[in-house]
Design a protein around this ligand. Structure first.
Ligand code: BG6
Length: 312
């Protein structure tokens, strides 16, 4: 809602008044929000545009030139494929120092997502089991009941793969699958994530879908092929995860909205109790109603040798 259209002749005035009144006093001098399509085409020209806009230049008072006082936050879409993303990165790097640039994935601001690292690495209980010897499969779901809610102009160019899979879900996968970082800081965590993502590949099974009624929503092309649903399998080809499928699913207008990671364990080598379902799992519910469940088999109460599932 704070986007300003730089193509508008009154952009300078609009920005100035946004700077003066739209944001908190503390940050207002530095904040400028631009539409994504404009940014991807023109980021290299941003400084020049600002220089040409006398009002803006006064308003910003040269702050964009000062790496200590200015930051640029970039949200998706960051290009549309590897080539355009590389190009955009080269332009960004030509104008800004790396420490000025934040590439935002809002899932990383969720406490429950950050808790994946704490759960794994602040306890000794899980980590010895966290590998291909004990884990059969991992499922990552991010379903939503909402549709694209008036964002068709963006969403129809992106779809479920670019909107949710390549960013939010891969970030969750990276936190689940990465090796422990040697320090809890951004650089070391990034280093481990890059390694795990470099080892990740798409499996053969992928399903795309589109919800009924999507094509008739305002802003959507009537013959749109944009997927609003994607499910499939990913593999992480390294010593820890070789052969373990990471099943993913994300979609809009689904019956249930839920972001969850399920770790399904292998069956024990021998069955001593009848009725054992070999269904041991850990469920990390990221939203809504965040919780972590451990589902294991216990003995049924009474004079029997039956097992039954229990939730811890
Ligand atoms: C955004 C996507 O990044 O994440 C939206 O563009 C999606 O389409 C949203 O609805 C989901 O975020 P959250 O925090 O509601 O899970």
């Amino acid at each position: 809602s704070n986007y300003l259209d730089p193509k508008s002749p009154t952009w300078g005035n609009a920005l100035q008044s946004a700077l003066k009144s739209g944001y908190s006093q503390e940050y207002s001098e530095n904040i400028m929000a631009l539409m994504p399509d404009w940014l991807s085409e023109n980021i290299g020209k941003t400084k020049r545009v600002i220089k040409a806009e006398k009002n803006l230049d006064d308003a910003l008072d040269g702050k964009l030139d000062d790496p200590e006082r200015s930051r640029v936050i970039i949200e998706k879409p960051f290009g549309t494929d590897l080539q355009s993303a590389n190009y955009l990165q080269s332009v960004v790097a030509g104008y800004l120092r790396e420490k000025q640039v934040y590439r935002i994935d809002h899932y990383l601001g969720k406490d429950t997502v950050n808790n994946i690292l704490a759960t794994r690495f602040s306890n000794i209980l899980l980590e010895p089991l966290w590998n291909r010897n004990f884990i059969e499969e991992i499922q990552i779901f991010a379903t939503e009941t909402i549709g694209c809610e008036g964002r068709a102009q963006y969403y129809d160019t992106a779809g479920a793969v670019r909107d949710m899979l390549q960013n939010h879900m891969l970030q969750v996968l990276a936190l689940i699958a990465m090796e422990p970082p040697c320090r809890n800081d951004a650089k070391e965590i990034r280093r481990e994530k890059v390694k795990v993502l470099a080892a990740t590949r798409l499996g053969d099974n992928v399903v795309l879908g589109q919800y009924d009624g999507y094509k008739s929503e305002e802003g959507v092309k009537p013959d749109s092929q944009t997927p609003t649903f994607v499910a499939g399998e990913l593999y992480v080809d390294n010593w820890r995860w070789k052969g373990v499928p990471f099943y993913f699913m994300t979609g809009k207008k689904m019956p249930v909205g839920c972001v969850e990671v399920v770790i399904k364990f292998k069956a024990p080598p021998q069955q001593l109790f009848e009725g054992h379902e070999c269904n041991d799992r850990i469920v990390m519910r990221l939203q809504p109603d965040p919780h972590l469940d451990m589902r294991i088999d216990i003995k049924s109460p009474g004079l029997n040798d039956m097992g039954e599932p229990a939730l811890l």
